[in-house]
Design a protein. Structure first.
Length: 312
């Protein structure tokens, strides 16, 4: 019996060469593309029974042109790039990988926070530039160094990643509080007003788009830090740039932006005390290995007639 046809639309970020596709290739006849421009999706997927995508969008119009398609596997947790209602209407199963990156993303939150408070990278760069060798003193620092113990960590969202970040915060001696959908606007406002660090861990929905905007930024303490490793459009980015430059908050660290890759003239590039990393919180070798394994097992489960991690 011939294997089903499977096309990976954008496999490079998951596997730039250090992982193996072999377990997936044992299940299906695979064609693996590093990247797929939007205009080539239909051509590449025309005969595919199974498609795997990370960030390549699959709209209702695109799905209508893929008559052989039975399955979409998302190489990520978020699946907003797929019209899941249209897929359901066409009888196409959509599965994601929900938990592979929890520890890695939580770890990155603290990598960003420690850089905001301890400025390790900044000071290491001055040593490489020779400043310590030229120093009249045995020690120097260019910025205030902030201890985390006793600070209040406000988490917007209490899912797996939010809870893991909370555990790490407590290990540093931080007080932890949450704002959740159930708590509503009053709880959110309280967390924004009273937290020294605010970290976003909520999904992107119509209700959370631009959740952090000019009005909510005015609630933050002048010494507060904002961290986003969730979804870029949770933040009104021009409003954040203006708030940082006006000193309404002490700093921000972002691993996600509303448009990725971002434009060359993005307003946050030049904003005061703003750190940006290129959406890599999820990308530790351990997390990508788990992602590859679960994505493969999702395909295996579908092919045996018992799909798991179905989102539509």
């Amino acid at each position: 019996m011939s294997l089903p046809s499977l096309v990976v639309l954008d496999g490079y970020t998951l596997n730039p060469g250090d992982l193996s596709w072999a377990p997936l290739e044992a299940l299906a006849a695979c064609t693996i593309h590093d990247r797929t421009p939007t205009e080539e999706i239909v051509t590449r997927g025309a005969k595919a029974e199974l498609l795997l995508t990370n960030k390549t969008p699959l709209s209702a119009a695109t799905l209508a042109q893929l008559p052989a398609l039975r399955y979409i596997g998302v190489l990520a947790t978020g699946y907003n790039i797929i019209d899941v209602a249209a897929a359901r209407a066409r009888g196409v199963t959509v599965c994601n990988v929900p938990t592979y990156g929890t520890r890695s993303v939580a770890q990155h939150v603290f990598a960003l926070l420690l850089e905001l408070t301890q400025h390790v990278g900044l000071h290491a760069a001055t040593v490489r530039e020779g400043r310590w060798a030229r120093s009249a003193d045995f020690s120097y620092w260019d910025t205030p160094l902030i201890e985390l113990e006793g600070l209040t960590l406000g988490l917007i969202g209490a899912g797996r990643i939010g809870q893991t970040v909370a555990d790490l915060g407590r290990a540093f001696g931080m007080r932890v509080q949450f704002a959740t959908r159930a708590g509503g606007a009053a709880e959110l406002a309280h967390v924004l007003r009273t937290s020294d660090v605010v970290s976003l861990h909520c999904p992107l929905t119509d209700a959370t788009r631009n959740l952090i905007n000019a009005d909510s930024l005015r609630l933050l303490k002048p010494g507060a830090f904002l961290i986003n490793t969730s979804r870029g459009p949770l933040i009104d980015e021009p409003a954040l740039a203006a708030a940082l430059n006006a000193g309404q908050l002490a700093g921000a660290a972002l691993d996600v932006l509303a448009t990725e890759p971002p434009p060359a003239a993005h307003p946050l590039y030049t904003a005061r005390n703003c750190l940006i990393t290129p959406h890599l919180a999820w990308a530790t070798t351990a997390a990508r290995t788990r992602l590859m394994h679960v994505a493969t097992e999702n395909v295996r489960a579908f092919l045996t007639g018992a799909p798991v991690n179905v989102v539509n």
